[in-house]
Design a protein around this ligand. Structure first.
Ligand code: AMP
Length: 280
């Protein structure tokens, strides 16, 4: 009996599409957490939320080549499979899907295109990035048919586009989970491991400044452009960073109309060639 229980509780590691289809055939209330690995507490929150809300949870680890707009960025993306698998085992995940590129990209799909109003924030600076994200998630959802997908608020634009695309096409709901931060308020990210000590300190300082900027804007919305301009100037003068964008956007539709509307402050910046994004 004991061994049967251990067997039943075991995490299933799946590499082949055919094995995946067989394994989840009877799972109607499946939660799906797509990841690119190098797992941390941010991913853990998504997994725990899925486990609370779904009968079974499937986590994928796939560094998706089509969402990288730089070969070097793809090649240097942090990988940590052994550690990831023991992390997922401790979390009692039911299924881990580790597909190869060939298994996922078995047919071409050039149909996914963002429209003009979606070509903002990260989409503006990373050409083809979200087309790659939507393409891979389309393939995953087609294969897995999850009841629910869990994504992080840290990548809010990604969540926004994926929710619109997937909920339009499939009977799957996409949920967002809050951003998990370290003691310096820096959002956890697999890319943080590429920062050196100085970079970590700087990104902590920047995050705190952005958090107070958000509070200032809340109190003085009319002047938000000036407040952003001033902080941008200060950061560029005092810290050796490159800011890609620092913008306020409407939380419901990502438009720039934020007066009397809920809004978020979005940022993307580089510290020593490491690109970090966040929103507040
Ligand atoms: P990634 O492995 O970076 O592709 O991320 C997989 C999922 O984890 C995405 O939905 C991310 O938004 C989410 N995620 C990444 N970092 C965090 C974080 N610090 N807090 C919450 N969710 C996160």
């Amino acid at each position: 009996m004991f061994y049967l229980l251990i067997f039943l509780l075991q995490m299933k590691l799946i590499k082949l599409k055919t094995d995946l289809i067989k394994a989840i055939e009877l799972d109607k209330r499946l939660g799906f957490v797509p990841t690119m690995g190098s797992l941390h507490e941010g991913h853990k929150t998504l997994i725990k939320t899925s486990q609370k809300n779904c009968k079974k949870t499937l986590v994928s680890i796939f560094v998706n080549p089509t969402q990288f707009n730089s070969k070097k960025d793809y090649k240097t993306y942090p990988k940590n499979l052994k550690k990831d698998l023991s992390y997922l085992k401790k979390l009692n995940v039911d299924y881990v899907y580790l597909p190869t590129i060939k298994q996922i990209y078995w047919k071409k799909n050039d149909e996914i295109k963002l429209n003009k109003s979606e070509n903002i924030l990260c989409a503006k600076f990373r050409k083809g990035h979200f087309e790659g994200v939507l393409d891979v998630l389309d393939r995953f959802v087609d294969l897995i048919s999850p009841q629910k997908i869990f994504m992080g608020e840290k990548d809010f634009q990604q969540f926004f586009l994926v929710r619109n695309y997937i909920e339009n096409k499939y009977d799957t709901k996409v949920y967002v989970c809050k951003t998990i931060r370290d003691k310096n308020k820096l959002a956890l990210s697999s890319r943080n491991s590429l920062l050196n000590k100085k970079g970590f300190i700087k990104s902590g300082i920047i995050t705190k400044k952005l958090l107070s900027l958000k509070n200032e804007i809340k109190k003085n919305k009319k002047n938000y452009k000036k407040l952003i301009f001033n902080l941008k100037k200060e950061l560029l003068k005092n810290l050796d960073i490159k800011i890609e964008y620092l913008e306020c956007r409407n939380t419901h539709n990502l438009s720039t109309k934020i007066m009397n509307k809920p809004f978020k402050l979005f940022v993307a910046y580089y510290i020593n060639n490491v690109r970090l994004i966040d929103n507040f």
